[in-house]
Write a protein that binds this ligand. Structure first.
Ligand SMILES: [Zn+2]
Length: 101
């Protein structure tokens, strides 16, 4: 997974301020891998999850395939007051929708 520079911890995918090791310039010590990206890709791949429209609402566009979606996920996005990625924006919306149920 490729993320924009300074968008998040490249190991766990969380905003830099939320990752202790990233914010303390010890990124090689971050032991968590892709905690956000895995769920956002799963939401795209498994159509039965019914999350395609949620993803398109957040992105305000559609995606031809997983690669196109994955490239978009790694782009910078200001979300919840943090410098993060589009992946975090999708993750946050999934959690928000799930907590309504
Ligand atoms: Zn991290």
């Amino acid at each position: 997974m490729r993320y924009d520079n300074d968008s998040c911890c490249f190991r766990c995918g969380r905003p830099g301020d939320l990752c202790y090791h990233y914010s303390n310039k010890q990124i090689n010590q971050c032991r968590y891998r892709n905690v956000i990206i895995e769920s956002t890709i799963t939401a795209f791949i498994f159509h039965d999850a019914g999350l395609k429209s949620l993803i398109e609402d957040v992105a305000q566009r559609g995606f031809a395939n997983k690669n196109e979606y994955q490239k978009w996920l790694g782009k910078k996005c200001r979300i919840l007051g943090w410098n993060g990625t589009n992946a975090l924006a999708v993750f946050e919306e999934i959690v928000r929708q799930r907590s309504k149920k």
